[in-house]
Design a protein around this ligand. Structure first.
Ligand code: GTP
Ligand code: MG
Length: 260
């Protein structure tokens, strides 16, 4: 037995990714949304497990890059990574709101943000370089890109949204599964967190919402301006690091030469 192998009896039972929803809580959600197409909780759990696997695959890709940069003592483009699996209530709510089929098929075919990852980078350059590194990987397929950095939303929101697919290999073969990856800088994240709070707190008077929204829009413009200037400095002083990355990129063998 390997040193770090768990003794066979100690393996933890895998928890369903739908979390701690009891069957009665589940049934009341089905009832609330009239989602009889979802009445088999086990089938939804099986599907959610695949989304959870897809999220793990993309996280692993990002963590591998993160580790490579740290190991090579290169400036690390990733500040941190956040991730979440959409809750059953949010899934049913979104299908219901949008008049989509309330079935597992309807969910699979229409919702692309069940597995969600947010990559927070230091600089705007980093947002594009990390998203390129992931997008170019051979098992990754890009379904949709929305660039709210080049084209910010009217409220000032900026981020790069990429919906990609990765294969999740189960006993019956690959399940190609979408993951929504949002790339943004620390400044964009700082702004989006406050804007999100303003939008989802329901005890704020309308006139205050309007005033705060206008201020947030002005802040978004200022942040974008400051970021542009800081990115310029960063770009200049990191020229050497980019050169080092280019020069050392073939240092590791890409394939293993297998002889039998
Ligand atoms: P959904 O189906 O609701 O996900 O919308 P969509 O397909 O039009 O996607 P979009 O790319 O516009 O937004 C998806 C996600 O980006 C949201 O769930 C939020 O996490 C984030 N987002 C988009 N717009 C805003 C915004 O104005 N403010 C904040 N704080 N977050 C936003
Ligand atoms: Mg969404």
């Amino acid at each position: 037995m390997l040193n770090d192998e768990h003794p066979s009896g100690s393996r933890q039972a895998v928890q369903p990714v739908t979390g701690s929803l009891s069957s009665s809580q589940y049934e009341s959600l089905i009832h609330k949304f009239g989602a009889t197409g979802f009445s088999d909780q086990r089938s939804l759990e099986a599907l959610m497990q695949v989304y959870s696997g897809a999220m793990r695959e993309v996280r692993a890709k990002l963590e591998n890059l993160d580790e490579e940069f740290s190991y090579r003592s290169l400036p690390n483009p990733i500040h941190h990574i956040e991730y979440r699996l959409k809750s059953v209530e949010s899934i049913l709510g979104k299908l219901h709101r949008r008049g989509l089929p309330m079935t597992l098929e309807g969910m699979r075919n229409n919702l692309r943000d069940i597995a969600g990852i947010r990559v927070i980078c230091n600089y705007i350059d980093d947002v594009y370089s990390v998203s390129d590194m992931i997008s170019r990987q051979s098992d990754v397929n890009i379904l949709r890109v929305k660039d709210y950095i080049k084209n910010p939303k009217p409220n000032g929101y900026r981020s790069l949204h990429v919906i990609l697919t990765v294969p999740v290999f189960l006993s019956d073969g690959p399940h190609v599964t979408p993951v929504e990856v949002q790339f943004r800088t620390i400044a964009m994240d700082y702004w989006a967190s406050l804007e999100h709070e303003l939008r989802y707190k329901n005890n704020i008077p309308d006139k205050d919402i309007a005033r705060h929204s206008a201020t947030l829009l002005a802040c978004a413009h200022e942040l974008a301006h400051v970021e542009g200037q800081m990115d310029g400095i960063h770009h200049d002083i990191e020229a050497d690091a980019r050169k080092a990355l280019e020069e050392t990129k073939d240092v590791l063998p890409r394939t293993i030469d297998v002889r039998v």
